[in-house]
Design a protein around this ligand. Sequence first.
Ligand code: TA6
Length: 303
Amino acid sequence: MTDSEALNARFALPGHLRFAAGPGGLTVAEIANAAGTARIALHGAHVLAFQPRGARPLLWLSGKSWFAADKPIRGGIPLCWPWFGAHPADPALPAHGFARISPWQVLETQALSDSLTRLRLGLSDTAASRRQWDHAFAASLEVTVGAELTVALTMRNPGAAPYTITAALHTYFAVSDVTQVRVLGFDRCPSIDTVGGARTPGVQTGPVTVHAETDIIFSACPDEAQIEDPAWNRRIRIRKAGSLSAVVWNPWIAKAKRMPDFGDDEYPGMICVETTNAPGDARTVPPGGEHRLQAILSVEPLG
Ligand code: TA6
């Protein structure tokens, strides 16, 4: 019996959710209901795709992405946890933490209505994780698919000592042309430009636009950001909870060429607007406590 067959025997929901072998043989939950479709890989609890009925796909996925157990998937919604970016003390540890390159387990599937389906995945500490980060933890990712997509990372601390994390729902959005879109919601927010390894402080004025490599951490920002895409006549709304920071990223030409899992000509079609607990917005979870980082993604006509 294949992994998918075993999972379907326990968790499949006719008319809502089934498991199948996806790219690279990775097991993927395929969700389709009256309001939309989505695909979530168990590898990294990685949301690969989301498409409301009648709309274009909301998320971008590289045509060059790896689909391998020891590598992160390029696109969709990578889970950066328990650290964001390079490990603060050991650069040999995986960038953006180990959650996105770990095998998550299926905890629960629910058909909440004919247009709402929920999948919960879980990850707990192992000997391997403790060698990288010496804490007990129980993480879950709850994905709720309908006309909107809700993604919630809940991190619990079953241990006897507090732990501190940085994290991101590192969402890659599909856009018509990154030079033609505007990102709203960060006006007057303190910013740190990290392009080229710099940390240049500033304050955002008006919408964020992209005409070069862009990698900006925003702090003290409101709970909603929007991507306006006139060519596709759409506004994407990103509503966050459990986060006071965000990152806007596009690799542009040179960095895209340096990434083997990112096509040289793909950068115009994507923008990351990430829901984060970025450095400066780190969270400490006390023994017995938890923290929840959530994003609700939706799309509407611009006009
Ligand atoms: O969130 C922006 C960022 O930290 C960029 O600096 C860039 O490194 C991007 O994430 C992608 O990181 P990855 O490890 O997935 O290649």
